[in-house]
Structures are given as C-alpha cells and as structure tokens.
Design a protein around this ligand. Sequence first.
Ligand code: SF4
Length: 349
Amino acid sequence: MIQTLPDIDLSKKLMKWYSTNKRDLPWRKIKDPYSVWVSEIILQQTRIETGIRYYLNFIKKYPNVKVLARSSKQQLLKTWEGLGYYSRVLNMHKAANQVLLIHEGVFPKDYFSLIDLPGIGDYTASAISSICNNEKQGVVDGNVLRFVSRLLKIDDSIDSLTTKKQIKKYITEKMSSSNPGDFNEAIMDFGSTVCKPKNFYCNSCIFALDCQANLSDLVKNYPVKSKKNKVVKKEMSYVIILSQNQKIFLKKRSDKGIWKNLFEFFLIESNNKPLTNELIIENLSKKFTLKSNKIKFIKSVKHKLSHIELKINFYLIKVKNPKSKMYDLSSLGRIPFPRPLKVILDDIL
Ligand code: SF4
C-alpha cells in the first residue's frame, strides 16, 4: 500500500522544472493523435535517440492512418527492422484498419476509443488522450514508476498491477486540469533525465527535501521489483545458402515467436551445440545439390532478448541452381530480417 502521502505540490514543481528542461522532440511540435501514437509505440523498449530516427522515417513513409492501413505487412516489418518486438507494428497495422472501419479514418483521441484499438493499453491511451484531448489520465511508464516509488518510498513491487494502479491514481489526482498532457510529458522526462535508474541526481533534485527515499538515504533500494525470471540460454545455427546464379535461400518464419513473419536462412536444430559439417551436409542434401562439401563458418553472434540469450552460429555454403524458390540478392532491401541476420547480411554481401 502507498503510505500516507506527504503534501507535495508535485504539479507546480514539475511544471516549473519542465518549462526550462522540456526536450525538443519532433512529435511534440503538433498535438496530433496519430503522430503521438506512432511515437509512443516506437518508444516502448527503445532509447530516445534511436526512437527519433525511426519515428521520422516512419512518419515520412506512413504520414497518416490511411496510408498505414493500406501498406503491406512486409513493407511495415521492413520499416521496423532492427527495433524488435515486431508485434507492435503488426498491431499498428490492425489498429489503422480498425480506425478506417470504425472511426472513418479519423484517429481517435479520447481514452475509451483508444483503449479499444489493438496494441493500445492504458499507458498509450493515457498519453494520447492527455496530450491531444486534455484528459486527466496519468501515464505510468518505467520512469514514472521509479520516480514515484522513490518519492513516496513505496515498498510494494512496481511490477504488481495494484501498485501501478495506485501510482496512476496518485499522479492523476496530482496533475493539473489545465495541461495534463504537459504534466505527463514532464513526469516522464523527469524520471528519465533526473531520477535515473543508476546515476540519479539527488543533490540537485527539486524534490530532494520531499523525497522519502532520499531523506532516508535509501534511494538505491527503490524501486522494489519482483524477482526476475531466469534468462534462458539457447544456441541456434543458420546456414546461408547461395546458388551459382547468385540467389539466396530464405524462409518466412511462421511460428508464433517474436520473429514471426520475418525471413531467415536455413535453420538447423543442433541441441544447443555448434553444427558439424556432417550434420550440415546431411540436412542440406535432402533439398539441394551441393557444389562441393566446402562449408565456411562465418561467425557466432550473441543476441539478448528480455528472457533469452541467443548464441547464433552462421555458416555459408554454395549450391547448384536448385528448383526450389530462391531470392535474388537485389530483393534483400525489401525483405524484413531479425536484427542479427540483417547484420550478418550487411557484413558478407
Ligand atoms: S531526490 Fe533523488 S531519488 Fe528522490 S526524486 Fe530526486 S532524484 Fe529521485
């Protein structure tokens, strides 16, 4: 439970801080719900510098919800390539089509219409509705959770839904009615630039004398988090198959994993061990006529995801022109790949 709250004029202090520390971000120039939505989805799990680059490119290619709805999934995945969590952009595509169908192509800006769209949860609906529709809906992202949990010295885990709801209620009560959008931007900016996870600036902080964690010299202990799930290690191996006529074998992933709908090379399961030449030849001979038995090991790369650490081994082999479908190397610029596969392609081609 959040303890009895000290009487902090959160809104007044934050807005004063924001007036001189506001970051000049491209989506803040206009209060357009479509642009704010694009920025909020991109910024989930993404650093701000990377997010700006992807945002500007995305808005250039898909300037409004109609263009987005009519684009192909493959084209969208290619635009998203490297950002990860690809279900985000597929949900955006679904949401754009729903906006055409239900809202006649006008992107909604009220909380309850927004939360009905695919891929939009409480955080995104609160951000858009407060910024574009002046609704009093507090946003609760990781920066806000950390800041408020230190300010109030909350001993419950910030991973719990109950704690998140309490923090949302607290900041929604504290935000001013005249500019809730600015309040939300301010509290998120404050968390990410002052009340940072490790290098927090308590000495110069405007809340230093209000902050319960700072006053007890316990900032490092907050926020409280539930124990993390153990990261699983997995090893996988890909063979890049090139034909004599300079074509490459690719397969679209159809499973439900994080790389669904992206393209990959020839995958050989090897029980978390590197492949042997015999195993590669045995697997490939069923489908291809090898030019020779010469297999080149390219390299192993590590790729970390939130719950899994992958070691990916890459090999290269040349084959005679097969009957099965192969892709022209010139088409690779239109095909979406998981990040580590794209990096290897850029290295070797
Ligand atoms: S005093 Fe330190 S811990 Fe408290 S809000 Fe400021 S930066 Fe965060």
